[in-house]
Design a protein around this ligand. Structure first.
Ligand SMILES: [Zn+2]
Ligand SMILES: [Zn+2]
Length: 367
């Protein structure tokens, strides 16, 4: 880090509260009794704070993957300050740049600068000057600009209120400070930071190898679904990160549930045929690379076959995607015909995919 680049406010705050965590938490556990009520309050407050970041800051403000009503927006702006991760404007600005320039010198938390830099080291650098052209929608949002202007005060007020109210309820103000402020903040911070470090280093890349983002189920569990980062970097406009029904993504469930009561709407998602097509093209690339290693001459026939089936599958999936779009615009009585077409196409894709995956497995497992 160059001279004059150190962010003193953030630096002192982060180092200071970490020292307090390591000094006060063991003391509190040894000499005081941690009540069940306080533990539950800490988990609830931590979960709310985490959701304001994952569903609010990230999927709503940074990516606009759905629409949120005004009350919901105000709640995110207020309670988002509990997490002490900067204003929405700064957070979304840095995050949009992260997506646009991932893994390059311009990426504010580039994993190329190492695990700890991406995790928290970058925070010790002075904030990036906000380029309004990156966040034009947010600059024009009065509530967002108000939060940005009074962010420091908001952090103080919401966190103080949380500690005082919790302290009064459980009759333990010191415990409330240690648990619902220090420990909760420590957990929320590191869990969010894991997305920039762990989820850019250790995991699988089923959707794309063009960027460092990986899918990591364990990170997803700790971060309310944000660990499916390979999918997210490949399709950032999707409100889901864990796109399959069995993938643990409570943030997508929350956004979906809120849409049922009218708080959120217009949830954007990438249609399944397009996701499947991307997976197939990515696997084709892997297979062709492996064939290069195995010897193109010897595997020529397989190479030609893989290319041919991939092309056919890709076209069929595109056709399916277009049909799905048409299906959505039709009335119930007009849907029957398209439904039959979709069924036939689906069956044909399934059959071809079986053959294709057999060939791919054969190549990829060849040593
Ligand atoms: Zn993102
Ligand atoms: Zn990322």
């Amino acid at each position: 880090m160059k001279r004059g680049e150190f962010n003193w406010t953030t630096g002192i705050f982060i180092i200071g509260y970490h020292l307090l965590v390591f000094a006060l938490f063991p003391l509190y556990v040894i000499f005081w009794e941690v009540s069940l009520g306080l533990i539950i309050t800490t988990i609830v407050a931590g979960s709310i704070a985490n959701f304001t970041i994952t569903a609010g800051y990230h999927r709503y403000f940074a990516h606009r993957t759905y629409e949120l009503n005004k009350i919901g927006e105000r709640i995110v702006l207020m309670l988002g300050a509990l997490s002490v991760q900067g204003s929405v404007l700064q957070w979304a600005h840095d995050h949009r740049i992260h997506h646009r320039y991932v893994d390059t010198e311009k990426d504010p938390y580039s994993i190329k600068k190492g695990f700890w830099y991406a995790h928290m080291g970058w925070l010790f650098k002075k904030n990036k000057i906000i380029d309004n052209t990156v966040v034009p929608d947010l600059v024009n949002n009065k509530a967002v600009m108000l939060q940005h202007k009074y962010y420091g005060w908001l952090v103080l007020v919401v966190n103080l209120l949380l500690v005082l109210v919790t302290g009064a309820i459980v009759q333990d103000f010191f415990g409330a400070f240690v648990m619902v402020f220090l420990i909760r903040l420590f957990c929320t911070h590191h869990l969010t930071w894991f997305i920039n470090s762990w989820a850019h280093m250790f995991g699988s890349k089923p959707y794309s190898e063009e960027h460092s983002a990986v899918n990591n189920e364990l990170v997803a569990v700790f971060t309310f679904g944000e660990g499916y980062h390979n999918y997210h970097h490949t399709f950032p406009s999707d409100y889901r990160n864990g796109v399959r029904w069995y993938q643990y993504d409570p943030t997508k469930v929350l956004i979906w549930c809120l849409s049922k009561v009218g708080i959120t709407k217009n949830l954007k998602k990438v249609e399944f045929p397009l996701i499947k097509r991307k997976l197939i093209l990515e696997d084709e690339r892997r297979v062709l690379e492996k064939i290069k290693i195995l010897g193109q001459q010897k595997w020529k026939k397989v190479e030609v076959r893989v290319k041919k089936i991939t092309e056919s599958l890709s076209n069929k999936l595109l056709e399916k995607y277009k049909l799905v779009l048409v299906y959505k615009t039709k009335k119930a009585e007009e849907r029957k015909e398209i439904k039959n077409k979709l069924k036939k196409l689906g069956h044909s894709i399934k059959m071809e995919y079986k053959i294709w995956s057999k060939i791919c497995n054969k190549v990829l497992t060849k040593t």
